[in-house]
Ligand binder design. Structure first.
Ligand SMILES: Nc1ncnc2c1ncn2[C@@H]1O[C@H](COP(=O)(O)OP(=O)(O)OP(=O)(O)O)[C@@H](O)[C@H]1O
Length: 314
Protein backbone atom coordinates (compact mmCIF):
# COMPACT_ATOMS: atom_id res chain seq x y z
CA UNK A 1 0.00 0.00 0.00
CA UNK A 2 1.42 3.40 -0.98
CA UNK A 3 0.95 5.76 1.91
CA UNK A 4 -0.61 9.21 1.52
CA UNK A 5 0.00 10.01 5.20
CA UNK A 6 2.54 8.60 7.62
CA UNK A 7 3.33 9.96 11.05
CA UNK A 8 5.76 8.54 13.55
CA UNK A 9 5.71 9.42 17.23
CA UNK A 10 4.13 12.75 16.34
CA UNK A 11 3.91 15.05 19.34
CA UNK A 12 2.74 18.59 19.96
CA UNK A 13 3.04 20.45 23.23
CA UNK A 14 1.56 23.82 24.08
CA UNK A 15 3.26 25.42 27.09
CA UNK A 16 4.63 22.04 28.14
CA UNK A 17 1.22 20.30 27.86
CA UNK A 18 1.06 17.52 25.26
CA UNK A 19 -2.10 17.77 23.16
CA UNK A 20 -0.87 15.20 20.62
CA UNK A 21 1.39 12.51 22.00
CA UNK A 22 3.20 9.78 20.12
CA UNK A 23 0.73 9.62 17.25
CA UNK A 24 1.49 6.86 14.72
CA UNK A 25 -0.82 7.10 11.75
CA UNK A 26 -0.81 5.47 8.32
CA UNK A 27 -3.33 6.32 5.62
CA UNK A 28 -3.16 4.59 2.25
CA UNK A 29 -3.44 6.42 -1.05
CA UNK A 30 -7.06 6.58 -2.23
CA UNK A 31 -8.54 5.78 1.18
CA UNK A 32 -11.31 7.71 2.89
CA UNK A 33 -10.02 7.85 6.44
CA UNK A 34 -12.21 8.92 9.38
CA UNK A 35 -10.35 10.57 12.27
CA UNK A 36 -12.60 10.48 15.31
CA UNK A 37 -12.41 11.61 18.88
CA UNK A 38 -14.00 13.83 21.50
CA UNK A 39 -13.61 17.61 21.68
CA UNK A 40 -10.06 18.59 22.48
CA UNK A 41 -8.59 15.17 21.55
CA UNK A 42 -6.06 16.79 19.23
CA UNK A 43 -7.71 16.15 15.86
CA UNK A 44 -7.45 19.68 14.44
CA UNK A 45 -3.92 20.06 15.80
CA UNK A 46 -2.97 16.84 14.01
CA UNK A 47 -4.51 18.07 10.75
CA UNK A 48 -2.61 21.35 11.06
CA UNK A 49 0.66 19.44 11.55
CA UNK A 50 -0.14 17.27 8.50
CA UNK A 51 -0.69 20.46 6.49
CA UNK A 52 2.51 22.08 7.73
CA UNK A 53 0.56 24.85 9.48
CA UNK A 54 1.67 23.85 12.99
CA UNK A 55 5.20 22.70 13.76
CA UNK A 56 5.43 19.39 15.67
CA UNK A 57 7.34 19.44 18.95
CA UNK A 58 8.85 16.09 17.91
CA UNK A 59 8.23 13.12 15.63
CA UNK A 60 7.86 12.99 11.87
CA UNK A 61 5.20 13.72 9.26
CA UNK A 62 5.15 12.53 5.66
CA UNK A 63 2.33 13.44 3.27
CA UNK A 64 2.20 12.28 -0.36
CA UNK A 65 5.68 10.89 0.15
CA UNK A 66 7.25 14.21 1.15
CA UNK A 67 7.22 17.03 3.64
CA UNK A 68 4.20 19.33 4.02
CA UNK A 69 6.74 22.19 4.04
CA UNK A 70 7.60 21.41 0.41
CA UNK A 71 5.59 23.76 -1.89
CA UNK A 72 5.30 20.98 -4.51
CA UNK A 73 3.64 18.73 -1.89
CA UNK A 74 1.42 21.55 -0.59
CA UNK A 75 0.16 22.24 -4.10
CA UNK A 76 -1.39 18.75 -4.08
CA UNK A 77 -3.20 19.19 -0.72
CA UNK A 78 -6.76 20.48 -0.25
CA UNK A 79 -8.14 21.74 3.06
CA UNK A 80 -11.56 22.70 4.32
CA UNK A 81 -11.01 24.12 7.82
CA UNK A 82 -13.59 23.72 10.56
CA UNK A 83 -13.69 27.45 11.31
CA UNK A 84 -13.98 28.82 7.82
CA UNK A 85 -13.70 32.59 7.61
CA UNK A 86 -13.54 33.83 4.07
CA UNK A 87 -13.11 37.23 2.45
CA UNK A 88 -16.72 38.42 2.74
CA UNK A 89 -16.27 41.22 0.19
CA UNK A 90 -15.33 38.76 -2.57
CA UNK A 91 -17.79 36.86 -4.72
CA UNK A 92 -17.42 33.07 -4.66
CA UNK A 93 -15.93 33.30 -8.14
CA UNK A 94 -13.34 35.88 -7.02
CA UNK A 95 -12.55 33.84 -3.91
CA UNK A 96 -11.92 30.71 -5.98
CA UNK A 97 -9.95 32.67 -8.54
CA UNK A 98 -7.73 34.05 -5.77
CA UNK A 99 -7.15 30.62 -4.22
CA UNK A 100 -6.69 29.01 -7.63
CA UNK A 101 -3.96 31.51 -8.49
CA UNK A 102 -2.27 30.90 -5.13
CA UNK A 103 -2.35 27.17 -5.95
CA UNK A 104 -0.66 27.88 -9.29
CA UNK A 105 -3.58 27.25 -11.65
CA UNK A 106 -3.46 29.16 -14.94
CA UNK A 107 -6.14 31.78 -15.71
CA UNK A 108 -7.28 29.75 -18.69
CA UNK A 109 -7.84 26.62 -16.61
CA UNK A 110 -9.59 28.60 -13.86
CA UNK A 111 -12.13 29.88 -16.40
CA UNK A 112 -13.55 26.38 -16.81
CA UNK A 113 -12.57 24.87 -13.47
CA UNK A 114 -14.34 27.44 -11.24
CA UNK A 115 -17.83 26.98 -12.77
CA UNK A 116 -17.27 23.20 -12.65
CA UNK A 117 -16.46 23.11 -8.90
CA UNK A 118 -19.23 25.62 -8.09
CA UNK A 119 -21.64 23.28 -9.84
CA UNK A 120 -20.14 20.26 -8.06
CA UNK A 121 -20.80 21.76 -4.61
CA UNK A 122 -24.33 22.94 -5.46
CA UNK A 123 -23.54 26.64 -6.02
CA UNK A 124 -24.28 26.67 -9.72
CA UNK A 125 -25.38 30.19 -10.71
CA UNK A 126 -24.42 31.70 -7.32
CA UNK A 127 -20.77 32.41 -8.10
CA UNK A 128 -21.27 36.13 -8.68
CA UNK A 129 -22.79 36.81 -5.25
CA UNK A 130 -20.64 38.24 -2.46
CA UNK A 131 -19.66 35.69 0.23
CA UNK A 132 -20.89 38.22 2.83
CA UNK A 133 -24.44 37.45 1.70
CA UNK A 134 -24.02 33.67 1.77
CA UNK A 135 -25.75 31.46 4.36
CA UNK A 136 -23.53 29.31 6.60
CA UNK A 137 -24.29 26.26 4.49
CA UNK A 138 -23.39 28.11 1.27
CA UNK A 139 -20.12 29.27 2.84
CA UNK A 140 -19.28 25.69 3.74
CA UNK A 141 -20.03 24.66 0.16
CA UNK A 142 -17.77 27.49 -1.11
CA UNK A 143 -15.02 26.27 1.23
CA UNK A 144 -15.40 22.75 -0.13
CA UNK A 145 -15.13 24.14 -3.65
CA UNK A 146 -11.88 25.81 -2.58
CA UNK A 147 -10.58 22.53 -1.12
CA UNK A 148 -11.09 20.55 -4.34
CA UNK A 149 -10.38 23.37 -6.83
CA UNK A 150 -6.75 22.62 -7.65
CA UNK A 151 -7.17 18.84 -8.24
CA UNK A 152 -5.62 17.83 -4.88
CA UNK A 153 -4.44 14.24 -4.31
CA UNK A 154 -5.07 14.48 -0.55
CA UNK A 155 -7.97 16.44 0.93
CA UNK A 156 -8.50 17.28 4.59
CA UNK A 157 -12.13 17.93 5.49
CA UNK A 158 -12.62 19.20 9.04
CA UNK A 159 -16.31 18.84 9.96
CA UNK A 160 -17.35 19.36 6.31
CA UNK A 161 -21.10 19.10 6.95
CA UNK A 162 -21.43 20.98 10.26
CA UNK A 163 -23.41 23.84 8.65
CA UNK A 164 -25.37 21.76 6.15
CA UNK A 165 -28.94 20.51 6.12
CA UNK A 166 -29.64 16.80 5.46
CA UNK A 167 -29.76 17.30 1.68
CA UNK A 168 -26.40 19.11 1.78
CA UNK A 169 -24.94 16.28 3.86
CA UNK A 170 -25.95 13.69 1.30
CA UNK A 171 -24.39 15.84 -1.43
CA UNK A 172 -21.10 16.11 0.46
CA UNK A 173 -21.12 12.34 0.94
CA UNK A 174 -21.47 11.95 -2.82
CA UNK A 175 -18.56 14.33 -3.40
CA UNK A 176 -16.41 12.29 -1.00
CA UNK A 177 -17.35 9.10 -2.83
CA UNK A 178 -16.53 10.72 -6.14
CA UNK A 179 -13.12 11.81 -4.80
CA UNK A 180 -12.48 8.21 -3.76
CA UNK A 181 -13.38 6.97 -7.24
CA UNK A 182 -10.83 9.43 -8.64
CA UNK A 183 -8.20 7.94 -6.32
CA UNK A 184 -8.01 11.02 -4.08
CA UNK A 185 -7.23 10.37 -0.41
CA UNK A 186 -9.72 11.98 1.98
CA UNK A 187 -8.90 12.64 5.63
CA UNK A 188 -12.19 13.29 7.37
CA UNK A 189 -12.72 14.80 10.81
CA UNK A 190 -16.32 14.62 11.91
CA UNK A 191 -18.48 14.15 14.96
CA UNK A 192 -21.31 12.87 12.75
CA UNK A 193 -20.45 9.22 13.17
CA UNK A 194 -23.22 7.81 11.00
CA UNK A 195 -21.87 9.89 8.10
CA UNK A 196 -18.31 8.78 8.75
CA UNK A 197 -19.52 5.19 8.82
CA UNK A 198 -21.16 5.57 5.42
CA UNK A 199 -18.12 6.90 3.58
CA UNK A 200 -14.97 5.75 5.37
CA UNK A 201 -12.76 2.79 4.46
CA UNK A 202 -10.86 2.99 7.73
CA UNK A 203 -11.13 5.01 10.90
CA UNK A 204 -8.97 5.84 13.90
CA UNK A 205 -10.22 6.85 17.32
CA UNK A 206 -8.07 9.39 19.08
CA UNK A 207 -8.26 10.29 22.74
CA UNK A 208 -6.05 12.76 24.59
CA UNK A 209 -3.70 12.91 21.59
CA UNK A 210 -3.25 9.16 21.18
CA UNK A 211 -4.78 6.64 18.78
CA UNK A 212 -6.75 4.20 20.92
CA UNK A 213 -8.10 2.04 18.05
CA UNK A 214 -7.76 1.98 14.27
CA UNK A 215 -8.94 -0.34 11.54
CA UNK A 216 -11.33 -0.95 8.69
CA UNK A 217 -15.01 -0.68 9.52
CA UNK A 218 -15.26 -4.44 9.18
CA UNK A 219 -12.37 -5.01 11.59
CA UNK A 220 -13.90 -2.63 14.12
CA UNK A 221 -17.57 -3.43 13.74
CA UNK A 222 -17.51 -6.97 12.30
CA UNK A 223 -17.41 -10.17 14.31
CA UNK A 224 -20.25 -11.59 16.45
CA UNK A 225 -23.57 -10.31 15.19
CA UNK A 226 -26.85 -10.50 17.11
CA UNK A 227 -29.84 -11.02 14.79
CA UNK A 228 -33.35 -10.35 16.03
CA UNK A 229 -35.99 -12.70 14.58
CA UNK A 230 -39.70 -12.07 15.04
CA UNK A 231 -42.26 -14.65 13.89
CA UNK A 232 -45.93 -15.45 14.60
CA UNK A 233 -44.92 -18.50 16.71
CA UNK A 234 -41.90 -20.70 17.32
CA UNK A 235 -41.95 -24.46 16.82
CA UNK A 236 -39.56 -26.63 18.89
CA UNK A 237 -37.85 -27.72 15.65
CA UNK A 238 -37.25 -24.12 14.55
CA UNK A 239 -35.79 -23.19 17.96
CA UNK A 240 -33.49 -26.21 17.77
CA UNK A 241 -32.39 -25.27 14.22
CA UNK A 242 -31.70 -21.64 15.20
CA UNK A 243 -29.82 -22.81 18.29
CA UNK A 244 -27.51 -24.83 16.04
CA UNK A 245 -26.76 -21.73 13.95
CA UNK A 246 -25.81 -19.41 16.80
CA UNK A 247 -26.27 -18.48 20.44
CA UNK A 248 -30.01 -18.36 21.00
CA UNK A 249 -31.80 -16.12 23.48
CA UNK A 250 -35.59 -16.20 23.70
CA UNK A 251 -37.13 -12.72 24.06
CA UNK A 252 -40.83 -13.55 24.45
CA UNK A 253 -43.20 -15.89 22.62
CA UNK A 254 -42.62 -14.38 19.20
CA UNK A 255 -39.05 -13.08 19.31
CA UNK A 256 -35.53 -14.46 19.68
CA UNK A 257 -32.04 -13.09 19.33
CA UNK A 258 -29.52 -15.37 17.62
CA UNK A 259 -25.90 -14.29 17.83
CA UNK A 260 -24.04 -15.58 14.77
CA UNK A 261 -20.41 -15.34 13.72
CA UNK A 262 -21.03 -12.70 11.04
CA UNK A 263 -23.14 -11.49 8.14
CA UNK A 264 -22.45 -14.64 6.10
CA UNK A 265 -24.60 -16.65 8.56
CA UNK A 266 -27.77 -14.60 7.91
CA UNK A 267 -29.05 -16.56 4.87
CA UNK A 268 -29.01 -19.79 6.89
CA UNK A 269 -31.20 -18.15 9.56
CA UNK A 270 -33.64 -16.97 6.89
CA UNK A 271 -33.70 -20.44 5.30
CA UNK A 272 -34.38 -22.12 8.66
CA UNK A 273 -37.34 -19.81 9.35
CA UNK A 274 -38.69 -20.25 5.83
CA UNK A 275 -38.39 -24.08 5.94
CA UNK A 276 -40.28 -24.23 9.27
CA UNK A 277 -43.45 -22.82 7.73
CA UNK A 278 -43.95 -20.06 10.37
CA UNK A 279 -44.75 -16.45 9.39
CA UNK A 280 -41.71 -14.16 9.48
CA UNK A 281 -42.29 -10.55 10.62
CA UNK A 282 -38.72 -9.32 11.04
CA UNK A 283 -35.13 -10.51 10.72
CA UNK A 284 -32.90 -7.67 11.81
CA UNK A 285 -29.10 -7.79 12.15
CA UNK A 286 -28.22 -5.61 15.14
CA UNK A 287 -24.77 -4.51 14.15
CA UNK A 288 -22.86 -2.25 16.49
CA UNK A 289 -22.20 1.12 14.94
CA UNK A 290 -19.40 3.66 15.29
CA UNK A 291 -21.36 5.51 17.94
CA UNK A 292 -21.45 2.41 20.19
CA UNK A 293 -17.72 1.96 19.65
CA UNK A 294 -17.03 5.66 20.26
CA UNK A 295 -18.85 5.57 23.62
CA UNK A 296 -17.08 2.35 24.56
CA UNK A 297 -13.60 3.60 23.64
CA UNK A 298 -13.82 7.24 24.51
CA UNK A 299 -16.61 7.28 27.08
CA UNK A 300 -16.32 10.90 28.15
CA UNK A 301 -16.75 14.22 26.43
CA UNK A 302 -13.18 15.42 25.89
CA UNK A 303 -13.26 19.04 27.02
CA UNK A 304 -15.43 18.60 30.09
CA UNK A 305 -14.48 15.13 31.32
CA UNK A 306 -18.21 14.48 31.73
CA UNK A 307 -19.55 11.05 30.94
CA UNK A 308 -21.58 11.37 27.77
CA UNK A 309 -24.31 9.20 29.18
CA UNK A 310 -24.53 9.77 32.91
CA UNK A 311 -23.14 13.27 33.43
CA UNK A 312 -20.66 11.84 35.94
CA UNK A 313 -17.14 13.26 36.02
CA UNK A 314 -14.77 10.54 34.83
N1 LIG B 1 -2.67 27.29 19.71
C1 LIG B 1 -2.95 26.64 20.83
N2 LIG B 1 -2.44 27.04 22.02
C2 LIG B 1 -2.71 26.36 23.16
N3 LIG B 1 -3.51 25.25 23.22
C3 LIG B 1 -4.04 24.82 22.08
C4 LIG B 1 -3.81 25.48 20.82
N4 LIG B 1 -4.46 24.80 19.84
C5 LIG B 1 -5.09 23.77 20.46
N5 LIG B 1 -4.84 23.79 21.80
C6 LIG B 1 -5.36 22.81 22.79
O1 LIG B 1 -5.06 21.52 22.30
C7 LIG B 1 -6.09 20.60 22.62
C8 LIG B 1 -6.51 19.88 21.35
O2 LIG B 1 -7.18 20.82 20.51
P1 LIG B 1 -7.72 20.44 19.05
O3 LIG B 1 -8.37 21.67 18.49
O4 LIG B 1 -6.61 19.82 18.28
O5 LIG B 1 -8.80 19.33 19.41
P2 LIG B 1 -9.92 18.67 18.49
O6 LIG B 1 -9.81 17.20 18.72
O7 LIG B 1 -9.81 19.15 17.10
O8 LIG B 1 -11.25 19.23 19.17
P3 LIG B 1 -12.70 19.58 18.54
O9 LIG B 1 -13.37 18.26 18.26
O10 LIG B 1 -13.37 20.31 19.67
O11 LIG B 1 -12.51 20.43 17.32
C9 LIG B 1 -7.20 21.41 23.27
O12 LIG B 1 -7.13 21.23 24.68
C10 LIG B 1 -6.88 22.83 22.88
O13 LIG B 1 -7.30 23.73 23.87
Amino acid sequence: MTLAIQTQHLRKEYKGRAVVQGLDLEVGEGEVFGFLGPNGAGKSTTVKMLLGLVRPTSGSVKVLGGSPDDPAVRARLGFLPEQFRFQTWMTAHEFLNFHGQLAGLKAEELRTRIPAVLKRVGLDGRGNEALGGYSKGMLQRAGLAGAILAHPRLVFLDEPTSALDPVGRVEVREIIQELRREGVTVFLNSHLLSEVEQVSDRVAFVKAGEVVRAGTLNELLGGALPVMIKVDRFTPDLLADLGRLGHLEQQGAQQVSVTVSGEEAIPALANAVSASGVQLYALTPQRHDLEDLFLELVGTSGDTGQSALTGRVA
